[in-house]
Design a protein around this ligand. Structure first.
Ligand code: AMP
Ligand code: ZN
Length: 113
């Protein structure tokens, strides 16, 4: 996707603070952090939503996303963490390249708003 900001980050065309990369996903620091630790884990290949990933034939990608998110969350969130996927307009998704938020470093609240 030529006009997708996260595809450009994956390709190295837009700078980002990348903290993890494997065959399927990368993790970057969120530019507008909502917690002291706020990471994004995203597939290297473009999928618009989590549903697209889950429904694709590449079953490994969904597992890779969750595995990386959980590994990083445990590293940065010693006292606990929150893993979030915003999906679609009403779900609060603003970048249409699927991604998993990892938030940690403060007390989380519920409902999330
Ligand atoms: P969402 O609203 O769930 O789609 O999340 C998109 C996230 O991407 C937001 O938390 C933004 O702060 C973050 N974001 C947007 N552009 C960039 C960028 N160039 N580098 C890092 N994070 C970004
Ligand atoms: Zn993309």
């Amino acid at each position: 996707m030529s006009d997708c900001i996260f595809c450009k980050i994956v390709a190295g065309e837009v700078p980002a603070e990348e903290i993890y990369r494997d065959d399927d996903v990368i993790a970057i620091v969120d530019v507008n952090p909502q917690a002291p630790k706020h990471l994004l884990v995203l597939p290297r290949k473009h999928y618009a939503t989590l549903a697209e990933i889950v429904e694709s034939k590449e079953h490994r990608v969904a597992g890779s996303l969750l595995r990386a998110a959980t590994k990083l969350a445990r590293e940065v969130g010693g006292q606990g963490y929150r893993i979030v996927v915003n999906s679609g307009e009403q779900g609060g998704q603003t970048v249409d390249h699927a991604h998993v938020h990892v938030l940690a470093g403060r007390q989380m609240h519920w409902p999330p708003g």
